[in-house]
Design a protein around this ligand. Structure first.
Ligand code: DX5
Ligand code: ZN
Length: 218
């Protein structure tokens, strides 16, 4: 379904070739570029500081979707906005003040997303709706690519679709998205699918057509 956007996660790209990897996925039909920021504290892995994200920026022609898996998050929002994020998504679990965090993201003039871990109920975002451009439903416990899809996210997607009503808020799914799981969340109302291993597996910057084939299969 081409009304569904695909956002490849460059967590599964070749870390020595980000510029070429971004060009390859965009040439092959990626709608957004998903950047997974991890701090070794909120999640048990470490990835990209603001200077790395700033280095990606000139290569991204589509939309740079920055997923912050860091706590505390508020002290870093300005830096990631200045690095060139088009959207910043923060986790509701990253601190006690998600509403203030979302206000701080909007104050930077970028789009705001909120993310929920698989164990976190939707009630935590009920009073944030007026600040949101996107809700990110995690279908793995964040930290690593290549994990197995957690199926309770399908029901959660259906419920968040009801909560959103006619507001212009995207529903993004992240974790274990494959040609098998993508139709389940799309049918439940998701419109942006993040995929790391399902896009990059089997390809390299020298065989970008593999990425295209993988994107079209999702
Ligand atoms: C998980 C990250 C995801 C991850 C997805 O912590 O937020 O974006 O890279 O990878 P796959 O698609 O391989 O599950
Ligand atoms: Zn992510």
């Amino acid at each position: 379904d081409r009304s569904i956007k695909i956002a490849p996660s460059i967590l599964s790209a070749d870390f020595a070739n980000f510029g070429q990897e971004i060009r390859a996925i965009e040439d092959q039909g990626a709608d957004w570029v998903h950047v997974d920021v991890m701090d070794g504290h909120f999640v048990p892995n470490l990835t990209f500081g603001p200077p790395a994200v700033a280095a990606f920026r000139p290569h991204v022609k589509t939309f740079m979707d920055v997923h912050l898996m860091i706590a505390p998050v508020d002290p870093y929002i300005e830096a990631y906005a200045k690095a060139g994020a088009d959207m910043i998504t923060a986790h509701v679990e990253s601190g006690p003040h998600i509403h203030r965090t979302l206000q701080a993201i909007k104050a930077q003039g970028v789009k705001a997303g909120v993310s929920l871990n698989p164990g976190t109920p939707l009630s935590t975002i009920e009073y944030c709706m007026d600040l949101l451009d996107m809700v990110l439903i995690m279908t793995v416990n964040p930290g690593f690519g290549g994990q197995k899809f957690i199926h309770s996210g399908v029901d959660k997607t259906r419920k968040v679709r009801e909560m959103i009503g006619d507001r212009p808020i995207h529903i993004q799914i992240d974790g274990g998205v494959t040609p098998e799981t993508a139709p389940l969340v799309a049918a439940a109302g998701a419109d942006v699918l993040v995929a790391g291993s399902a896009v990059f597996n089997g390809g390299t910057v020298d065989t970008p057509e593999v990425y295209g084939k993988n994107i079209r299969a999702i």
